[in-house]
Design a protein around this ligand. Structure first.
Ligand code: SIN
Length: 529
């Protein structure tokens, strides 16, 4: 792949265009009015996990019925003892301010007839506290933020630009750098897909806001762009990573074989009173948790998985037939319409559902200011491990996390941005090397193999033997991919495959090291210990 010889410079380089990336762009544009900000995103402006978020954003809005203490308690309970309590408190207490800002930026949340914000409930929440826009909250947030970004002069928004790797001392000194050494980020090498060239972006600050990695599994609610790029590129620069074994499986994705990614039936539907029934119509959640359908996600997903394994049936059902249809349709127009396209009338038919990968709770370590272990590299949103989620994320805390850490990162930069020097002597992308004509189908086969390995061996229920199998198979894929990467023409598909293999391998390794079942990590070998 040819390299563009001219260096591109901007003060801030933001990788990713979900709520974390866009809100950081707006904040920095406002705070540092004379600075230049570039957002790069790998496909269209709004194609990211945020866009697919249905439920909403949790916040303590009505203090007469809810309190920060309760939101904190619910988050800690869902996190199964592994949250960082100080971080939880900080995030929960800053939520109302961040939500007000989102509203100021033009996001429309649903209101009741009396003009108050309508608050939904989801699994693990002891109160109604989820602000939402029908069942397309994420799409509404993207609409509002993108409109705002487009009218902000010092932001450049580049689509179909894919970050291959971060630029650090690795490229500048060409020396092998150890994980504990002091490393600084100076920007990123970026593939401009339309022009077919690799550009070198240098920046004072790089913000990693690349979202999740659902594509390592066969069944996921994540869009095809969610390939774990941020975790993998940060890992290659030797950034600290943790908690990636905590994978959240959403209990209720629509069972519709062949549909990809899986369509989500929002947890807010259970929040409205929908009931889970097994394949034969019998309720079962009482056996698993006293909160029944509103237990936290890890518990409900494992309960469904257990029912499916016991009965050998392909799905369970979500029963909404007893709910008031008018209010159901008003809150969930998208879900109602989607079901109808499959001949499911929620007034009289049960919705077939099964669990699907939905969220990764760990990732690149950040502190409360969004700083990673690499100097001048910040991160925010699903790509991170902030301490908020612990072993299992509480529903509707994820968009909130992105907003809070992007805000904190900007606040932190107020103190230090003026002292950061523009990077010098950044080498442009090295495009020398042998390019063999490799068949593209090999990439497709390998991508499918990663998904199958992870779904079979590193899914809802893991075991020592399964993890060993996954590890061995992923090693082979790693070697094959290395050869492909070294010799064939660089492409987004190839880089994504490299990142998928890396994140799959990390999830497997971290799972092997985890010695206690917690939240989104469960090994059959640890059950009775
Ligand atoms: C949902 O609507 O069920 C998803 C919300 C979330 O993942 O927080």
């Amino acid at each position: 792949m040819n390299a563009e010889k001219k260096l591109q410079y901007s003060d801030f380089l933001i990788i990713g265009s979900g709520v974390a990336g866009l809100s950081f762009a707006l904040k920095t544009a406002n705070e540092f009015k004379n600075s230049t900000i570039t957002i790069i995103t790998k496909t269209d402006k709004n194609e990211c996990n945020t866009k697919y978020a249905q439920g909403g954003i949790s916040t303590v809005w009505d203090k007469t019925v809810d309190s920060f203490e309760q939101h904190i308690e619910d988050t800690l309970t869902a996190g199964d003892g592994l949250c960082d309590e100080k971080v939880v408190k900080m995030v929960v207490e800053s939520a109302p301010d961040r939500l007000n800002e989102l509203i100021k930026w033009g996001t429309k949340f649903d209101k009741t007839e009396s003009g108050e914000y309508s608050l939904g409930r989801e699994g693990g929440h002891s109160q109604d506290r989820v602000l939402h826009h029908k069942d397309i909250t994420g799409a509404e947030i993207e609409r509002a933020l993108i409109a705002r970004v487009e009218e902000t002069k010092n932001i450049t928004f580049l689509t179909h630009h894919y970050a291959i790797d971060l630029i650090t001392e690795h490229q500048i000194t060409k020396k092998k750098i150890k994980r504990k050494e002091k490393i600084t980020c100076y920007g990123a090498y970026v593939l401009d897909e339309k022009k077919g060239v690799v550009k070198t972006f240098s920046s004072k600050i790089t913000m990693l806001a690349t979202g999740g990695n659902g594509q390592v599994y066969n069944t996921t609610t994540n869009p095809v762009v969610a390939t774990g790029d941020g975790i993998a590129i940060a890992y290659r620069t030797k950034a600290e990573i943790s908690d990636v074994e905590f994978i959240q499986f959403h209990p209720t994705a629509l069972f519709n074989p062949g549909e990809y990614p899986a369509f989500l039936i929002s947890e807010a539907v259970r929040g409205e009173g929908a009931i889970l029934r097994d394949y034969y119509g019998k309720r079962f959640m009482k056996k698993y948790d006293k909160r029944e359908e509103l237990a936290s996600r890890d518990i409900v997903a494992r309960a469904i998985d257990n029912e499916l394994k016991k009965s050998g049936t392909p799905h369970v059902y979500l029963d909404c037939t007893h709910l008031d249809f008018n209010s159901f349709e008003k809150h969930f127009p998208n879900i109602t319409a989607k079901c109808l396209t499959l001949g499911i009338d929620v007034r009289k038919d049960f919705i077939p559902v099964s669990p699907a990968q939905h969220y990764i709770c760990g990732g690149v370590n950040i502190n409360k200011n969004g700083k990673t272990s690499i100097k001048n590299l910040y991160a925010s949103g699903e790509v991170t491990r902030s301490g908020l989620h612990g072993a299992n994320r509480l529903a509707s805390n994820s968009l909130l996390e992105g907003l809070v850490f992007s805000h904190n990162a900007c606040q932190n930069l107020k103190k230090r941005f003026s002292k950061i020097k523009e990077p010098q002597n950044i080498p442009v992308w090295n495009d020398s090397g042998v390019v063999k004509n490799m068949e593209k189908i090999l990439i497709t086969h390998d991508r499918n193999e990663v998904k199958t390995i992870m779904s079979n061996y590193v899914g809802i229920v893991r075991s020592n033997e399964r993890l060993l199998r996954a590890e061995r198979r992923l090693r082979v894929l790693y070697e094959d991919n290395k050869r492909l990467y070294d010799y064939s023409e660089l492409s987004t598909d190839l880089c994504e495959l490299r990142n998928l293999i890396t994140t799959a391998y990390l999830i497997t390794q971290f799972s092997k090291n985890r010695k206690e079942n917690k939240g989104g990590f469960y090994s059959a070998d640890l059950v009775n210990k």
